[in-house]
Ligand binder design. Structure first.
Ligand code: GAP
Length: 543
């Protein structure tokens, strides 16, 4: 559902409409009048979205438009420059969005860099010497195919392997295949008086360009990886689906370098995932659920390294509570691969708008190091374990968009609770923007003093909130909606026994905890231990 503005006799009116697909046709249908202001319409839409859910409803039955509205209403994400009508492909993160995004990036860094001895990180510049992009092949090859719908005249991007095979997603019309255009994806910018360069379209090239320095300074020995998190920019023809396809986004990437003659030093595990190989796609078969280890043993995933990294990436998502059944790995078919890739698998997620790429994992071979060696005339060779100089290969490049991961965790955690009559965002506490909310049960100096002191103590380590406005029930729902895993209430007993009730977001059950133990409780809950592990469940009037 979405909101449209109509100007009737000089006045603005807002309506809620719904897109409905029948076969290849998408029709827009009026749902109801939303009000005279956008805020009224958003409120109405919020009620409708809530009203449509039921207990135990599939979490993913929230549409991407509804999620975008929810994110705006709660302060996660806003259309960039919204007061001027927004700007397609650009979004701003609000006070909760920035906390959640930082948590997500920190967790990725912890899992992929700090917890590993074979990966170190860098933070390269967004604008660099344009020769980097000539060497990488982006100046010549990084373009999209633009096609225009004959019926609704909307431009769209199609992948090379989709040419003459797909229809317009907006109206189901035929594309004008006779007049395809190549659109360069890098934003060209001027630098200084008459210099020019590009906004980087991927973080990866800064890793390759710094490869030799990092390897020497960090004294890394093969196999090893270099990681980076940072902004990337692409002049997408048709940005769409909220945070899915953007013009400005962030990537979390690792280039993992190996001696191609050496075997993988890790074992592939037995987590199960849907596997969709090139052969299955070409033969029109369904994806098959199997263990990563078996997919590699059967030769579906060709290298152990590739299978190992695919599984690691799947495990990162599931370690943060994502539903394993929402994922599959799909191999690129031959004409879909990037100019540098020998073999590519995507980790895909089942979004409400279909299975889509979440993370690309290409085997880039020695393509990039060889190109930079050639263009810069600086050797990129390093010693292997036999003290022989070699050009390492990137056997796998886990490359994850931050905003796509952000979307996955939101879709996966969004639930409407019919009993509570509000959204409960069941985020993993590590991702939750607010870790705990502290309330005095009623107004009163002694309650507020204790609550304030708990807040002052916890805020040294965590993003916590102190909330004394509105009924206790309202304060619980405000926090359920933004995914706060625990609410700490100071009540009459607190003044006698220095303990508080701690309410668990997912069950609404409460336990009694000593104030002096709260720091440890928050730490353990954020670490993944359930709130209810910290004491006996207590009966309360208001859960
Ligand atoms: N260094 C390799 C590389 O950039 P890619 O498949 O083009 O490969 C990697 O991009 C990931 O970056 C994607 O899987 C996706 O998560 C994210 N990404 C790419 N383009 C994006 C866009 N326009 N909007 C949001 N995320 C994007």
């Amino acid at each position: 559902m979405y909101i449209v503005k109509q100007n009737i006799s000089g006045r603005d009116y807002f309506y809620i409409r719904k897109a409905e697909r029948t076969g290849s046709k998408v029709r827009s249908k009026l749902v109801c009048y939303g009000g005279k202001t956008r805020e009224d319409a958003e409120r109405r839409l919020g009620e409708l979205v809530g009203g449509e859910r039921s207990v135990g409803a599939e979490k993913k039955d929230v549409s991407v438009e509804e999620l975008a509205m929810f994110c705006k209403r709660k302060g996660f994400v806003y259309p960039s420059g919204e007061i001027y009508g927004g700007f397609a492909g650009f979004w701003d993160f609000g006070h909760l969005g920035v906390e959640m995004k930082n948590n997500l990036k920190n967790d990725w860094w912890n899992f992929h860099v700090r917890q590993r001895e074979d990966v170190v990180g860098i933070d390269g510049s967004i604008i660099t010497n344009p020769r980097v992009w000539e060497a990488s092949g982006h100046v010549d090859s990084f373009s999209d195919v633009l096609v225009v719908c004959k019926k609704c005249k909307k431009p769209d991007k199609v992948d090379k392997n989709e040419i003459k095979k797909v229809k317009c997603v907006n109206c189901g019309g035929e594309f004008d295949w006779e007049n395809l255009k190549d659109i360069k994806q890098m934003f060209e910018i001027s630098v200084g008086v008459d210099g020019k360069s590009y906004l980087r379209p991927e973080t990866a090239q800064l890793i390759f360009a710094n490869f030799k320095f990092v390897q020497e300074n960090a004294r890394m020995k093969l196999p090893f990886g270099i990681a980076q998190i940072g902004k990337a920019f692409r002049n997408e023809i048709a940005p769409r689906d909220f945070l899915f396809r953007l013009r400005e986004f962030e990537q979390m990437e690792i280039e993992y370098f190996v001696d191609p003659d050496e075997k993988c030093c890790y074992e592939v595990g037995d987590s199960e995932v849907l596997v969709f190989s090139e052969e299955m796609q070409v033969d029109g078969k369904e994806a098959v659920k199997m263990k990563f280890r078996d997919a590699q043993k059967k030769g579906i995933i060709k290298t152990v390294w590739h299978a190992y990294w695919l599984e690691q990436e799947f495990l990162w998502f599931t370690s943060l509570g994502a539903d394993p059944d929402g994922f599959r790995i799909r191999q690129h078919i031959s004409d879909e691969k990037s100019h540098y890739a020998l073999d590519t698998w995507d980790l895909e997620y089942k979004f409400p708008f279909g299975w889509k790429e979440l993370q690309g994992m290409a085997n880039r071979t020695d393509y990039d190091l060889a190109q930079h060696q050639k263009f810069s005339k600086s050797s990129m060779e390093i010693m292997n374990k036999d003290e022989k100089k070699i050009l390492p290969h990137v056997v796998c490049e886990p490359s994850q968009g931050v905003e796509r991961a952000f979307l996955v965790f939101l879709f996966d955690s969004y639930c409407y609770d019919e009993k509570r009559k509000n959204v409960v965002l069941k985020l993993h506490p590590r991702l939750s923007p607010v870790k705990a909310a502290i309330f005095p049960i009623v107004k009163g100096e002694e309650y507020e003093k204790v609550s304030q002191s708990i807040f002052d103590d916890l805020k040294k380590d965590w993003n916590v909130v102190y909330d004394k406005s509105g009924s206790i029930g309202r304060r619980y729902s405000r926090n359920d909606e933004i995914g706060t895993p625990m609410c700490i209430t100071v009540d009459g007993d607190t003044l006698k026994d220095e303990s508080v009730t701690v309410r668990d977001r997912d069950t609404t059950e409460q336990v009694r905890v000593k104030i002096k133990d709260l720091g440890k409780v928050v730490r353990d809950v954020v670490g993944g231990k359930g709130v209810l592990k910290f004491g006996k469940v207590v009966e309360t009037r208001k859960k």
